[in-house]
Design a protein around this ligand. Structure first.
Ligand code: CO
Length: 460
């Protein structure tokens, strides 16, 4: 029997896409045991924005959350999303920090680490992949899917071959913007399956309405795993619904490994939770609609709304069409980066600047300068040399990998600064990833414990 397996995203990407990751652990716990028995290939439960949001908004220790999920889901592979050399943020970290973070993630319960880079620069994936493999986890390397004249099938295939040689356990096609069309999915999956002997995982979002069709065509070409979200947290900017694909694939004769009763129980559990977020405004109905504009403009939907709001705040809404035309030009000048955070912001902001100034690259932000220096990694195509020289104004681009220029005592310095506040390696890593947020979390943690102590003493 043909086999296709599922990765459930409700606890990470689906909540991140629909409710800005505001799902606290208390709302997960009651359903974890059911999810554990549902027969998923894996459950994506950690990484991405969950870490920051735990500390910043939910007053939760992300590491503790991971350990608790692990405890309640002993039979399911737990998966996280890691931004390569950027770990969970947008700046580059030194190699030893990346390695420590990967080791601690595995130690606290992660089985599969999906690793990606916004520019698809292998140099930004290498250290994390190597450490994941050394720690006994599976490194799943993702290609950030985008469309451009330089993003050919051949280019993706050669990237995949390099990744395979690094020892990754699977290849993920990561379509952040939902622009992977069914036919392109078929061709891409077929080409990857042809080139390497690794499972292919498909990841997309329903943003443009293509997702279900894209998965079906990808499966026809041999995709092994698909990312889906239980129905109450599916659709719109999230993944397609788990149950819908389960029924479809079962009818077509695929073995999905899923237990119908468990996934239905999960749907019933999450229905009122979704209703609550709709009622309090956390879930904005706009994120549930189908938006096909990025199929026309090749610009992700989120980036379009950013462009519009940037122009609005500058009282220049009338320049929207001009900015739309300028955006792909800036992207071409910058070597066709995939439009995903943070490159989407860099390109969008510069397009707005160019249009407003009436002169291209007259005003350039510090981030784009850093990008031109090479701090984000190697671009898919070379940056237009004339424009790069104008932006760098005499400064030389980096000749080595940016992470190699970073200090090597980041961990020790952070440890020293935190003193007793940090109780374990994980605390230090939380601080390195999000310094202010982690510090105020540690402070709240201490206050809460003091309260408990005082309370206990009074009781006694
Ligand atoms: Co995603």
């Amino acid at each position: 029997m043909k086999k296709v397996q599922f990765t459930e995203t409700v606890l990470r990407d689906a909540s991140q896409s629909l409710i800005a990751t505001r799902l606290p652990y208390s709302k997960m716990e009651p359903i974890l045991e059911t999810m554990n028995k549902a027969g998923y290939y894996s459950a994506e439960v950690w990484g991405g924005a969950t870490f920051d949001v735990c500390l910043r908004f939910l007053n939760e220790d992300p590491w503790e959350r991971l350990r608790k999920i692990r405890e309640h889901m002993p039979d399911t592979k737990l998966q996280m999303l890691l931004r390569g050399q950027n770990i969970l943020g947008y700046k580059h970290y030194p190699d030893d920090i990346v390695r420590r973070f990967v080791r601690c993630s595995v130690k606290n319960g992660i089985d599969i680490i999906r690793i990606f880079d916004a520019l698809n620069d292998i140099n930004n994936l290498k250290v994390a992949v190597e450490e994941a493999v050394n720690s006994g986890a599976m490194a799943s390397a993702a290609i950030s899917y985008t469309i451009s004249p330089v993003h050919t099938l051949e280019k993706y295939v050669s990237m995949v071959k390099e990744l395979a040689a690094m020892g990754v356990g699977s290849i993920c096609i990561k379509d952040m913007a939902g622009i992977l069309t069914p036919q392109n999915a078929y061709d891409l999956v077929a080409a990857i399956k042809d080139a390497v002997d690794l499972p292919v995982v498909m990841h997309t979002h329903c943003t443009t309405g293509l997702a279900f069709m894209t998965y079906l065509k990808g499966i026809e070409a041999g995709a092994d795993v698909i990312d889906t979200a239980i129905s109450p947290f599916s659709g719109g900017t999230s993944q397609p619904a788990t149950e819908t694909l389960y029924y479809t694939l079962r009818e077509m004769g695929y073995d999905t490994g899923l237990d119908e009763d468990s996934i239905n129980k999960m749907a019933d559990y999450f229905k009122p939770i979704r209703a609550g977020y709709l009622a309090d405004g956390t879930l904005n109905p706009v994120s549930l609609t189908t938006d096909t504009r990025c199929l026309t403009y090749q610009i992700p939907g989120g980036m379009l709304s950013n462009l519009l709001s940037q122009l609005k705040s500058l009282n220049a809404s009338d320049k929207f069409e001009e900015a739309l035309v300028e955006t792909p030009k800036v992207r071409e000048d910058m070597g066709f980066p995939p439009l995903v955070t943070p490159t989407s912001q860099l390109i969008g902001t510069q397009a707005v600047q160019n249009v407003l100034a009436g002169e291209r690259y007259k005003n350039v932000g510090a981030e784009l300068k850093a990008y031109c220096r090479g701090e984000y990694g190697r671009t898919p195509a070379p940056i237009n040399p004339e424009i790069r020289d104008k932006i760098l104004a005499g400064e030389k681009p980096l000749e080595v990998r940016y992470a190699d220029t970073l200090p090597t005592d980041t961990f020790e310095k952070a440890q020293e600064k935190l003193g007793d506040t940090a109780r374990c390696e994980e605390d230090v890593l939380s601080y390195i990833a999000f310094p202010q947020v982690a510090e105020s979390f540690f402070e709240k943690r201490r206050e809460a414990e003091e309260k408990v102590v005082r309370y206990t003493i009074t009781e006694a």
